[in-house]
Design a protein around this ligand. Structure first.
Ligand code: AMP
Length: 187
């Protein structure tokens, strides 16, 4: 079973992805973490990705796809994967579909975590305050949410057309959302 997580910052997809990964016993691939790790270890991909990440712009597909391919080829991923932060563009989505088909890894479920904007702003401000970060304001958060929507909207359309998109309401308690995820994944 392969699961692709889509959702804005603050929607809880990282937390729910970790719960699901434990339950299904498959690895969760977090693209942001994978990239930061490559930068820290100064691998070739990390050195190439660094300048883009420092500038806050998307890392080129060629680097991203190489990293994903490596992960999917690992023995851990034989029973499936949970993808978080990837794909972020139609091109990446098409590439992952090809990779899964070639590897015979089969179907994927795409979950879109839906949380109203006001609630996201509230959660992200609370998180920044708990972490003693003063860099977040309602305006910077709204800008990040706008950027997310711009980049993800085409993906939502892509998966909806393929009939594999399930919308999960991300506003309940952690357990309630986890139950909804379980129903959507059907395993
Ligand atoms: P995140 O931790 O998800 O916010 O990602 C941090 C940074 O990694 C982003 O600002 C991008 O530069 C890069 N990145 C993460 N995922 C992707 C992706 N799927 N495609 C391109 N760049 C990505």
């Amino acid at each position: 079973m392969n699961v692709i997580l889509l959702g804005p910052p603050g929607s809880g997809k990282g937390t729910q992805g970790a719960i699901l990964a434990r339950r299904l016993k498959v690895p969760k691939i977090d693209m942001g973490e994978l990239l930061s790790d490559a930068v820290r270890r100064s691998t070739e991909a990390g050195r190439q990705a660094k300048e883009y990440m420092d500038g806050g712009s998307p890392v080129p597909d060629e680097i991203i796809l190489r990293l994903v391919e490596e992960q999917l080829a690992s023995a851990d991923a034989a029973q499936g994967v949970i993808l978080d932060g990837f794909p972020r563009s139609i091109r990446q989505a098409e590439a992952v579909d090809r990779m899964l088909a070639v590897d015979g890894m089969g179907a994927r479920v795409v979950l879109l975590f839906d949380v109203p904007e006001e609630e996201l702003v509230h959660r992200l401000l609370a998180k920044a305050s708990a972490e003693h970060r003063s860099d977040e304001s309602p305006e910077t958060i709204r800008r990040r949410l706008d950027a997310y929507r711009m980049s993800t909207a085409p993906l939502v359309g892509y998966y909806r057309e393929l009939g594999v998109l399930t919308i999960v309401s991300g506003t309940g308690t952690e357990d309630e959302v986890a139950e909804e995820v379980e129903r959507a994944v059907g395993e």
